[in-house]
Design a protein around this ligand. Structure first.
Ligand SMILES: Nc1nc2c(ncn2[C@@H]2O[C@H](COP(=O)(O)OP(=O)(O)OP(=O)(O)O)[C@@H](O)[C@H]2O)c(=O)[nH]1
Ligand SMILES: [Mg+2]
Length: 324
């Protein structure tokens, strides 16, 4: 039986950061697996977790319960039966449907393969002051379905955010653990806490607002194609992502200016620059970058927003700043 945790949380709350921290503490000799599910088609988090030492499976292109159920089950079965990991950590998209995912994971199909432990929900307490976020049903469900709320980003949390968090916690009714963290640095022992929150889970199939699609592989480029774009839409959000071939390079300053200026809520990218790899991660106005000398095999960047955006205009400016 693989010990399994669902690590939920809204867009940009720090799920992947937390996974990276947890994976860095994996005991030697244990095999861990990660199933990472992204709203966008191009898949960025998988690349961020690629050198983490875990067996990795990606499900891009929408919430994992909405991406065609069968390939998802096949992927999960393969992961459990072939890799036989000691531990499985699942990151659904920040726009995912936690109740439906829990219902899937607790279904008979998996009962002989996994033990579902505590569900962790990452929360950026500042999101409690964002009307568009608190009205989002998925955000509310993520908090409601969690056993442990990780109030992350304590380094940037102000007194008023802390107050909102306390108010929310007091009114949240059900008993669940609340812990504070920065950079997702949580105690891995939390993963062994049992699942206690049995909040009403939906029975049967979730009604999907968009067409089911085959998932299970981050988008790639056909041979000889220099770049391509992929759009996805669900629950009032749109993602637009681009992939560029391994020959294409960008100037770090240009791509950062572009990423800062685009009128969207979330930007994630892994770009090929002259110096190596530039990783871009923007949530709202917070921009975080990392670089490493190794070159990525391609460049990929993804935007997620509730706004009406002229994708073609953004695309033209992105294509213009390519170096080759
Ligand atoms: N200041 C600050 N930034 C953080 C902290 N934790 C994560 N971040 C940053 O927040 C951004 C989003 O973090 P991710 O870990 O990618 O968030 P996520 O929940 O996986 O995002 P999605 O998968 O897109 O929903 C990144 O730029 C991180 O560097 C923190 O404790 N403090
Ligand atoms: Mg993530």
């Amino acid at each position: 039986m693989t010990k399994t945790n669902l690590i939920t949380g809204f867009l940009g709350s720090g799920k992947t950061t937390t996974l990276r921290h947890l994976l860095a503490q994996k005991p030697e000799g244990e095999k861990w697996a990660v199933l990472v599910n992204e709203f966008g088609e191009v898949g960025i988090d998988g690349a961020l977790l690629a050198d983490s030492g875990a067996v990795l499976k990606e499900i891009p292109g929408g919430c994992m319960c909405c991406v065609n159920g069968l390939p998802m089950q096949v992927g999960l079965n393969m992961l459990l039966q072939q890799a036989k990991p000691d531990r499985l950590l699942i990151e659904p998209t920040g726009l995912g449907h936690p109740k439906q995912i829990l219902s899937l994971l607790t279904s008979a199909v998996y009962s002989n393969w996994l033990t579902l432990n505590a569900t962790l929900c990452l929360l950026d307490p500042r999101q409690l002051s964002d009307q568009r976020v608190i009205e989002n049903e998925n955000f509310r469900d993520q908090l409601a379905s969690a056993d442990i709320i990780v109030a992350n980003k304590s380094d940037v949390t102000q007194a008023q955010d802390k107050q909102k968090l306390d108010e929310w916690y007091q009114h949240s009714g059900r008993q669940r653990l609340l812990i504070t963290a920065s950079q997702g640095k949580i105690d891995p022992a939390l993963l062994d806490l049992p699942r206690q929150n049995r909040a009403e889970l939906p029975q049967g199939k979730h009604h999907h607002a968009h067409a089911e699609k085959p998932g299970l592989a981050a988008l790639s480029l056909p041979a000889k194609q220099r770049w391509r774009r992929a759009l996805n839409q669900a629950d009032g959000y749109t993602s637009c992502g681009w992939i560029f071939d391994g020959e294409t390079q960008f100037e770090a300053a240009d791509i950062l200016d572009w990423a800062r200026a685009v009128p969207v809520e979330r930007v994630k990218g892994i770009m090929r620059i002259k110096e190596g790899t530039l990783m871009i991660n923007r949530q709202g106005n917070d921009l975080h970058i990392e670089t490493k000398p190794a070159l990525p095999s391609d460049s990929r960047i993804e935007l997620i927003t509730q706004n009406e955006v002229q994708w073609n205009t953004l695309q033209s400016s992105l294509l213009k700043i390519r170096l080759s």
